[in-house]
Design a protein around this ligand. Structure first.
Ligand code: OSB
Ligand code: MG
Length: 371
């Protein structure tokens, strides 16, 4: 069975976060993003969500560059020929360099459509095999350590399976020490979003005493050489996020010894197909993976849940409950976390209904494309 995409709707949405999210790069309160709806000849809709942000602080993509790349390059390629399997798109899109988040948003819509046509939940279409997934939560930099401790307490009480805190120079060893003192047994990790260099090696070594599950992306986003040097000098496992944008990146980082864990984000690596390949490479090499987050709305969150059902996603990810981020999400039901677990939906495709009324409320503009 072939998929013939007859219409794509791009929508620009803006949603307000419940509380500002602060990393080593800065703070945001609003999230703007693109929703991709791909409709086939039978009128079935598949949904994808771009995880690019308004400004290029996390990687080089933005909402505007994604719109441009999707409109001017990816949709013409999508409309070029029918699709027998969504895995074909990786090859078809390969004539466009990088722009992984743009590619992932379009590919994600086709994966959802494909799964719906097969009457399979997306996680089954991907080869996943879990009925529920374990999740953690990522907590941004706060105004004070007391504020942070209160928030950690709230999420520990709620049952989240691990706590991740954001760190940066000046908000690191002292803060981790306080959190560890107050919560001696909680599975804890720290994410630096590239805020350090090898010159900070003593500071990073000092984190070894706190039994962190891992330290995420301490060094530059494009530097797997220095990460290898760092990993050889610290006990805490290094986890790469920003540095891994493809299966080839994963292979090289593993070969160099740059990390012991990899955070997989579907958007950062160009889609579900590439995410699966990274998962497989890591599994072969004994590297556990987990699913990162990009403050997604419901569609992106549903994709994250589906990929997390693959076997080697053995560590809790950043896929927190919808209500952690939003007053009202764009899917029904919203994503709920009970006792640190999300029940994987069994309905076809992403497994949640897109709430079109809610989507319209958040949409600032939209455009329809046809072959
Ligand atoms: O580095 O993992 C990250 C959010 C935005 C950009 C990058 C990151 C994050 C998070 C939060 O850590 C993940 C989430 O809750 O969606
Ligand atoms: Mg990260």
């Amino acid at each position: 069975m072939e998929i013939k995409v007859r219409r794509v709707v791009l929508r620009h949405l803006q949603m307000e976060l419940k509380s500002p999210f602060t990393t080593s790069f800065g703070s945001f309160q609003k999230k703007e993003f693109i929703l991709v709806e791909a409709v086939d000849e039978d009128g079935v809709s598949g949904w994808g969500e771009s995880v690019a942000f308004s400004s290029p602080w996390y990687n080089e993509e933005t909402v505007k560059t994604n719109w441009h790349i999707i409109e001017d390059f990816l949709l013409p390629l999508l409309f070029q020929a029918p699709i027998a399997h969504p895995e074909e798109l990786r090859q078809r899109f390969s004539i466009i360099r990088k722009n992984q988040m743009a590619k992932a948003a379009v590919e994600g819509a086709v994966w959802d459509l494909f799964a719906k046509k097969q009457a399979l939940p997306l996680h089954k279409a991907l080869g996943g095999n879990k009925h529920s997934i374990e999740v953690g939560v990522s907590i941004g930099i706060q105004k004070s350590v007391d504020d942070l401790l209160r928030i950690v307490e709230r999420y520990v009480q709620a049952g989240y399976r691990r706590i991740k805190i954001k760190i940066k120079p000046g908000w690191d060893v002292g803060v981790v020490r306080e959190v560890r003192r107050r919560f001696p047994d909680v599975p804890l990790m720290a994410d630096a979003n590239s805020a350090y260099s090898l010159a900070d090696i003593d500071r990073l070594k000092a984190l070894d005493e706190f039994q962190l599950m891992m330290i995420e992306q301490p060094l530059a986003s494009d530097d797997i050489v220095d990460h290898a040097a760092l990993q050889s000098q610290i006990k805490t496992p290094v986890c790469l996020d920003e540095s891994i944008c493809s299966a080839e990146d994963a292979r090289k980082a593993i070969q160099l010894g740059s990390c012991r864990i990899i955070n997989i984000k579907i958007g950062r690596v160009g889609g579900l197909t590439e995410a699966k390949r990274i998962h497989d490479i890591c599994q072969k090499n004994g590297i556990p993976v987990w699913c990162g987050g990009m403050l997604e709305a419901g569609v992106g969150r549903a994709h994250n849940i589906a990929i997390t059902t693959l076997e080697n996603f053995t560590l809790p990810g950043d896929t927190a409950a919808s209500s952690h981020y939003w007053e009202k999400d764009i899917i029904v039901p919203e994503v709920v976390v009970r006792n640190g677990m999300i029940t994987v939906p069994e309905q076809p495709g992403i497994g949640y209904e897109v709430d079109r009324r809610q989507v319209d409320i958040y949409t600032s503009y939209a455009k329809v494309y046809r072959p």
